[in-house]
Design a protein around this ligand. Structure first.
Ligand code: SAH
Length: 386
């Protein structure tokens, strides 16, 4: 449990809107987050206290900034909430501090190399965003520079200078996003230095992470979360496990040693490529990854007369779907472990699980996002009558 008695202040908090530092103490926040989960979940099962972070600052291992101009200055920062006005941000209190420094350096280099900043209104210019990902355990750092076109003026000198100023960077990628979109990353990556991905160690396993693959942004708390999911799964070594919405395979791989076999299902093909490489890297032979829709996969299993003992699902904020719940029920798992980052959609989905013959047993909260309103919960769901 955290004992955070120092309350830091941030000059951008009211405008940036990414966090709510200063509004309440961390202890109050944890209590409020538990209440938030209870609002949606209490009628299904008991809710435990939130497991807080030991040090709730600088925890984000993925840091993003948009480039812009204020008068003649090149700046990097965030859009003011609800607008397209950029607020330059330095030393964000929840982002990794090393990443913030690298963003400052890249901004200075863009200025000194006189490279054009992309203008969202005119759709002209080149430099759009910067994304940094850091392996908190390996200390590997990836810098992704998002450009509107495939050109990169002074590329070699730019990369050499950036590396000399930050020898801690292990890979640099140019991502090309030529669409008029609010998405940060485009589809094409050019590796400018290193391997094009970073690695991190989580639950004793080594994972490769590509620019667009989903990876929990708080590595320390992700391990707490996964341990709770593994405990809830109560594996004995004989089970077939489905890891639905599996990303780069972290949860399924962390369970594989205690299961007979695991199938990870994921839509994003880059993440699936990472997941397969990750299984190899960790010598895990009893896991298979499938690129596709989790609902379709389980429906197909059921049509083939197959079943699973445990289904783990970790969907995006929009939650799951009724079709998914029906497909999961059709392969008759005894236990379902629902990892949710949105208590509201979780509540809606638990109603569907109840209708499909399942009951929630307990909900455990793990705080992954201090000073924000995001709430993560693990729920153990069991087939009625088991
Ligand atoms: N369990 C992983 C990733 C969770 S994020 C982890 O903890 O790291 C949710 C993932 O679901 C994303 O990688 C997204 O690409 C994937 N996804 C979204 N809709 C999906 C669907 N219908 N079928 C399979 N995967 C899906």
């Amino acid at each position: 449990m955290s004992d955070v008695k120092i309350y830091k202040s941030c000059p951008y908090v009211k405008k940036c809107g990414a966090c709510h530092i200063g509004d309440r103490t961390y202890e109050e926040e944890l209590a409020q987050k538990k209440q938030q989960v209870e609002t949606y979940i209490k009628k299904y099962c008991p809710v435990t206290d939130m497991v807080g972070m030991y040090y709730p600052y600088h925890y984000r291992n993925k840091v993003h900034a948009v480039f812009g101009r204020i008068k003649d200055e090149v700046v990097a920062g965030a859009y003011e909430e609800g607008t397209h006005r950029i607020i330059p941000i330095k030393n964000c209190l929840i982002e990794d501090a090393q990443a913030s420094k690298i963003i400052e350096t890249v901004t200075d280099l863009i200025k000194s190399f006189k490279i054009w900043i992309y203008n969202e209104d005119t759709c002209r210019g080149l430099m759009r965003h910067i994304l940094i990902r850091k392996g908190m355990s390996t200390k590997q750092i990836m810098v992704v520079i998002v450009t509107a076109g495939s050109r990169f003026p002074h590329k070699n000198n730019f990369v050499a200078k950036l590396r000399s100023l930050h020898p801690e960077i292990t890979t640099i990628v140019q991502n090309i996003n030529d669409q008029d979109t609010t998405m940060v990353l485009g589809e094409k990556n050019k590796v400018l230095y290193g391997t094009g991905y970073i690695e991190d160690v989580l639950c004793g396993l080594r994972f490769r992470i590509s620019p667009s693959s989903f990876y929990q942004i708080n590595s320390a708390q992700a391990q707490v979360l996964y341990k709770k999911a593994i405990q809830a799964a109560a594996l004995t070594g004989t089970e077939t496990v489905i890891d639905a919405y599996c990303g780069i395979g972290t949860i399924g791989m962390a369970m594989a040693a205690k299961a007979k076999r695991v199938f990870g299902i994921e839509l994003n093909s880059d993440a699936v490529r990472d997941a397969r490489a990750n299984a190899k890297r960790n010598n895990i032979a009893n896991i298979r990854f499938v690129a596709g829709d989790a609902t379709e996969y389980m429906t197909q299993m059921s049509e083939n007369g197959e079943h699973a003992d445990v289904v783990v699902l970790d969907p995006p904020r929009s939650g799951s779907t009724e079709a998914f719940v029906k497909a999961a029920a059709s392969i008759a798992p005894k236990r379902i472990i629902y990892i949710s980052c949105n208590p509201e959609t979780l509540g809606r989905d638990l109603e569907w699980f109840q209708k499909a013959g399942y009951r929630a047993v307990r909900a455990e909260g793990v705080d992954m996002f201090a000073f924000t309103n995001h709430v993560e919960t693990v729920v153990l769901i069991q087939r009625k009558g088991t």
